[in-house]
Design a protein around this ligand. Structure first.
Ligand code: ATP
Length: 339
């Protein structure tokens, strides 16, 4: 067995002049859950589509369990389950018919096919909805159906593009627990999401991409450490009144910064590691007439770390190394993707 479930080396994907993926390298070991994080347009879907053998790299290597996605797409497709961010449902096709259709396409026959469809419906809790039209499901159940479809051939590697997007909190919790079960079965899961707090809990590692380049790969704690500029203390401040009062007050302070406004207060950063400075800031708030009802210290979360990282990238404080230069593109002439 190859050493890594997913291996990407010096991967490039250009769309004309646009460098969607620009010299990306990373490895994901078997049986781990890796979260893929980046702002809109960072290059997540493009990378995932290449891994799913749905697009060709302009240059570079992508492998699933040692199989190159360009030279061995059939092997790759047998090994992966792909859950795209959007997928079409067919009108007048029920849930069971939909899964059966894909099971046929994958080559399942007769009793084995019916059994596999039933197992997948049980796992994704779709049995009660078996006869419902697949294009009339709620968002949460549509995602379950997408997951069920991706699981039909019991893939070793599951690639999920934004599976939690648009789900309500209950559906997100349910999806997360399904992913946990799959991870416990030993599947490798590569999942993109904007919901960073959830990824932190669920993933063994996080891969951050920005402008087509990987800027961090490590666990959630290492991400927080790397972006912590050292010193800033975060406080949640609740007011009797609106956030604007707090916002105006912060503008006049040297050390205090409002980083998130809420309905009745907000999150502030005290730019000092000294708790005395925080105590003095609270004293000044009260002296200046802010009606503070709550003032408590908060841990930095992944969202903070992500925003800090984007700020550092913008200021050129990290990620300064250039991507490896792309060799002459004329030397590489990939065949057109299959329909
Ligand atoms: P999001 O979180 O918004 O889904 P993403 O990180 O998945 O973003 P990609 O979809 O990979 O980002 O897109 C990366 C860049 O490549 C974007 O600027 C996008 O507009 C561009 N892009 C993607 N596919 C194509 C295409 N087929 N033709 C031209 N440009 C494309």
């Amino acid at each position: 067995m190859s050493q890594h479930a997913i291996r990407v080396h010096n991967l490039y994907r250009y769309f004309g002049p646009l460098k969607a993926v620009n010299g990306v390298s990373f490895e994901i070991p078997h049986g781990s859950v890796c979260g893929f994080v980046g702002a809109n347009g960072a290059g997540k879907t493009t990378t995932m589509r290449i891994l799913a053998s749905l697009d060709y790299p302009t240059l570079g290597t992508a492998e699933i369990c040692g199989y190159n996605v360009v030279s061995h797409p059939d092997e790759v497709r047998r090994l992966i389950g792909w859950m795209p961010d959007h997928f079409g449902n067919y009108e007048h096709m029920t849930v069971v018919e939909y899964l059966d259709f894909y099971a046929r396409a994958l080559g399942f026959k007769g009793k084995e096919r019916r059994q596999r469809v039933q197992e997948v419906m049980e796992f994704t809790d779709l049995v009660p909805l078996a006869d419902r039209f697949s294009n009339k499901l709620s968002k949460g159940n549509t995602q379950r159906l997408g997951l069920g479809r991706a699981l039909l051939q019991d893939p070793q590697v599951l690639i999920m593009d934004e599976p939690a997007a648009g789900l309500d909190p209950k559906a997100r919790v349910e999806l997360k627990s399904l992913i946990r079960v799959l991870a416990n079965e030993g599947k490798t899961i590569f999942i993109s999401s904007h919901i960073l707090s959830e990824l932190g809990e669920m993933c063994d590692s996080l891969l951050f991409i920005n402008g087509g380049r990987i800027v961090h790969h490590g666990d959630a704690e290492s991400m927080k450490r790397e972006t912590d500029s050292g010193g800033g203390l975060l406080f949640d401040v609740q007011l009797l009144g609106n956030a604007e009062d707090l916002s105006e007050w912060c503008l006049l302070q040297a050390q205090v910064e409002l980083i998130e406004a809420r309905k009745h207060g907000g999150r502030v950063r005290i730019n000092s590691a000294d708790l005395n400075d925080a105590a003095q800031a609270l004293q000044r708030m009260i002296k200046d007439g802010l009606r503070v009802t709550e003032f408590h210290r908060e841990e930095r979360n992944l969202e903070d770390a992500f925003i800090d990282m984007l700020g550092k990238l913008d200021r050129g404080e990290i990620g300064g190394s250039k991507p490896p230069p792309m060799p002459d593109r004329k030397a590489f002439n990939p065949p057109a993707p299959e329909a």
